[in-house]
Design a binder for this molecule. Structure first.
Ligand SMILES: [Fe+2]
Length: 135
């Protein structure tokens, strides 16, 4: 089981696209670590690795938005917050139940859905704005 970055998710900005690909890769590492029933410590490390990347990636987008007075900064940031809430819910579930099938499915479906909903609409809008600003 994996989530997949596909060409239709390209926002036309290489930096953002590359970060999205990396984000998908790290979500998949987490799913793999759970599916392979790796130890708590190892899965925990993969989870931290994913979390730090999410924070870094959202931070990059938000810095661009603030610096360039992006008009939709608050609604975009709100979407990132929703992701973080879901992500924390996943961490909580994993800590409580471990790598159960339902935690794996929950992770894959909720993060996959969010990414497929957010990237081609919200991030694409931001990327078009950046392009217009020659960023
Ligand atoms: Fe975003």
């Amino acid at each position: 089981m994996a989530i997949q970055w596909t060409e239709d998710l390209s926002v036309g900005n290489t930096e953002i696209d590359n970060q999205h690909k990396e984000l998908f890769a790290r979500v998949n590492q987490f799913l793999d670590a759970m599916n392979q029933r790796r130890g708590k410590e190892e899965v925990g490390n993969v989870l931290k690795f994913l979390e730090s990347y999410v924070v870094e990636h959202f931070g990059m987008e938000e810095r661009y938005m603030i610096r360039l007075n992006y008009p939709e900064v608050s609604s975009h940031k709100e979407q990132h917050k929703i992701f973080m809430d879901t992500f924390r819910e996943i961490i909580k579930k994993y800590n409580e139940k471990g790598a159960t099938v339902d935690v794996v499915i929950f992770t894959q479906s909720r993060l996959g859905e969010w990414l497929r909903g957010h990237i081609p609409v919200i991030d694409k809008k931001l990327a078009s704005f950046l392009k217009a600003k020659n960023k």
